[in-house]
Design a protein around this ligand. Structure first.
Ligand code: ZN
Ligand code: FE
Ligand code: FE
Ligand code: FE
Length: 167
C-alpha cells in the first residue's frame, strides 16, 4: 500500500492485488507441503499431500499464465492470512506428542489452507468474469477445482479413520 496515495484505484488493480496475493500463497504452500508430507504418518494422508504438492506447482504455473494474459508483472505480495494459517498449524503440530493425533492436526491445517484458497479463487473467478477475462477465469477455475478436490480428499481420509484412530 502506498503511504501517500492509495495504490488500488480500480477493479483491475484489485484483481491484480488479489492475484499477487494468491501467487504468494501458492508459492508458500509449495514450501510448506514437504514438511506436512514428512510429518504425516497415515499413508493415505502422505499420498494426498504429495499429489497436492504436484498440483500446487501447476497452480503456480497457471497463475503465471494469468499474469501474462492480463499483461501484468508476475509478482507476489505478502498474504498475512495464509502466513497466519501456516504459523498456527506449525505451532499446533509442534505441540502434538502422538503420531495419529498429529495426522488429525495436519488434516485440520490442510483443510484451513484449502478453504482459504477456495474462498480466494471463488472471488478471483468472479472478478475475472466481471472484467471480461473469461480466459483467466477458466485457468483460475482449474485451480479452484483442484482445491475443492483436495479438501474433499482430506475429509474422506479423516472420515475413513484418521480421526477415529486418533481418538
Ligand atoms: Zn496491499
Ligand atoms: Fe493451491
Ligand atoms: Fe491474502
Ligand atoms: Fe490447495
Amino acid at each position: 500500500m502506498g503511504l501517500f496515495t492509495k495504490d488500488i484505484q480500480s477493479m483491475d488493480d484489485l484483481f491484480a492485488h488479489q492475484l499477487q496475493d494468491m501467487y504468494y500463497a501458492e508459492n508458500k504452500i509449495v514450501g510448506s507441503l514437504p514438511d506436512m508430507i514428512e510429518k504425516s504418518t497415515n499413508p493415505d494422508l502422505k499420498t494426498a499431500f504429495e499429489s497436492h504438492l504436484q498440483e500446487t506447482k501447476s497452480q503456480v504455473r497457471r497463475l503465471e499464465q494469468v499474469f501474462q494474459l492480463c499483461g501484468l508483472e508476475t509478482k507476489a505480495v505478502d498474504c498475512p492470512a495464509l502466513d497466519g494459517i501456516i504459523e498456527e498449524a506449525e505451532e499446533v503440530a509442534g505441540d502434538v506428542a502422538e503420531d495419529r493425533v498429529l495426522d488429525a492436526a495436519l488434516i485440520a491445517a490442510g483443510q484451513s489452507v484449502e478453504h482459504y484458497e477456495i474462498a480466494r479463487y471463488g472471488t478471483l473467478i468472479a472478478w475475472a468474469k466481471t472484467l471480461g477475462r473469461n480466459d483467466c477465469a477458466n485457468l483460475l477455475a482449474q485451480n479452484l477445482a483442484e482445491e475443492k478436490a483436495a479438501d474433499q480428499k482430506l475429509t474422506s481420509i479423516a472420515e475413513s479413520g484418521a480421526n477415529r484412530a486418533a481418538a
